[in-house]
Design a protein around this ligand. Structure first.
Ligand SMILES: Cc1ncc(COP(=O)(O)O)c(C=O)c1O
Length: 379
């Protein structure tokens, strides 16, 4: 098989070689526990401080507002459960129908124990209606949770506006920013979010490291008790992974979103080439307001899953929806919320990353075009 063409960077990214190189010494010779007092651990402690500084700089936050976690799912659940525990007399939460499973499954659990959850709907382009949000706020609403960018269609949501509404009503606001970090600039000071999550493995660091941003003024009850992370997240720090995350963030800061411009051009050209070569193509999402690497696209009469499996034979990896959805073969909750009929045709998700080249994209478009034609001939 020829070299793999990996086009599923919203599911996960390849760990950057520079990230891996800074991590290795902390798994080999420099294995001290940062909580220990002897000098063997000094460098480890300093490196964790450096990562906290980098992440704070990336978000324009304070270092004291950064909590390292095991993944963004943990960050999401921690933020929601913190809001729940700090508001024992309130029962209403507002979220959307298109959040990640870590948010939606937590909401389902809370619903089961008597909480009142409003799931905001989206239109056929996956957009939220801010007026609907304003209308559904109740006296006992204590939390709003809305993602910054959607993993399947790439839409960017009006977080600043939602934050202002939440602030005006004295409601906590949590934002899952996993798919936005590294792709669009985030200035936490402008956003009015109380908590925000991000994940290492979407930005070329390894799987198993995440961050919970928590505004200093927001009271916090940990999900995992213990003295680490200033008593906010127990468990011996995942030193090498934290340091790897620090490097990944440093690379984003150094690049200053220049490679993102290139990525956007690559994505837009790819979409044009696909539309030139293939008839009856549908592009989903808010095309004017998307993260720059994501394309959600369907071909009349063709199911995304069959396309995915045939492309795999050519060494090409694309997604059909979120990674977890692909496993349990459920129809995508995002596309279903958008009212898209998935009976005859269903989309694939192409999410480009910094390692993708124009040659790869061209090869993919060629292969896609012949596979779509072959499948249509067969029907
Ligand atoms: C929008 C969004 N939120 C949260 C997560 C979960 O991240 P992690 O794998 O670090 O738990 C993902 C990962 O797919 C995601 O796309």
């Amino acid at each position: 098989m020829s070299k793999e063409i990996y086009l599923d960077n919203n599911a996960t990214t390849k760990c950057d070689e520079e990230v891996l190189n800074v991590m290795l010494p902390y798994l080999k010779e420099n294995y001290g526990n940062p909580s220990s007092l002897y000098s063997f651990s000094k460098d480890v402690k300093e490196k964790i401080v450096e990562t906290r500084r980098n992440v704070a700089e990336l978000l324009n936050a304070e270092e004291s507002e950064i909590i390292f976690t095991s993944c963004a799912s943990e960050s999401n659940v921690s933020a929601i459960m913190n809001a729940v525990r700090n508001n024992p007399n309130k029962k209403h939460i507002i979220t959307t129908k298109i959040e990640h499973a870590s948010i939606l499954e937590t909401m389902k659990y809370l619903e089961g124990i008597g909480y009142d959850i409003t799931y905001l709907s989206v239109d056929d382009k996956g957009r939220l209606d801010i007026n609907e949000l304003k209308k559904v706020i109740k006296k006992d609403t204590f939390l709003i949770a809305v993602m910054m960018a959607n993993n399947e269609i790439g839409n960017i949501y009006p977080i600043q506006e939602i934050g202002e509404i939440a602030k005006k009503h004295n409601i906590l606001f949590h934002c899952d920013a996993v798919q936005a970090v590294g792709k669009i600039k985030i200035d936490i000071k402008e956003l009015n979010v109380d908590t925000l999550s991000l994940s290492g493995h979407k930005i070329y660091a390894p799987k198993g490291i995440g961050v919970l941003y928590k505004k200093d003024e927001v009271p916090y009850i940990p999900l995992i008790f213990g003295h680490q992370e200033d008593n906010r997240r127990g468990g011996t720090e995942n030193v090498a992974y934290i340091i790897g995350l620090g490097k990944a963030v440093e690379l984003i800061l150094k690049d200053n979103y220049k490679s993102i411009e290139k990525l956007e051009k690559l994505r837009n050209n790819m979409e044009l080439k696909i539309q030139e070569k293939i008839e009856d193509v549908y592009l989903y999402g808010d095309l004017e307001n998307r993260i720059p690497n994501t394309t959600n696209i369907a071909f009349k009469g063709i199911k995304g899953e069959e396309l995915l499996f045939i492309l795999e034979n050519y060494g090409i990896s694309v997604g059909t929806g979120s990674a977890c959805n692909s496993q349990n073969a459920e129809p995508s909750h995002v596309l279903t919320a958008m009212g898209i009929d998935l009976e005859q045709s269903s989309p694939i998700r192409i999410s480009l990353g910094k390692y993708n080249t124009e040659e790869e994209v061209d090869k993919f478009v060629e292969t896609l075009s012949s596979v779509v034609k072959m499948l249509r001939r067969r029907k």
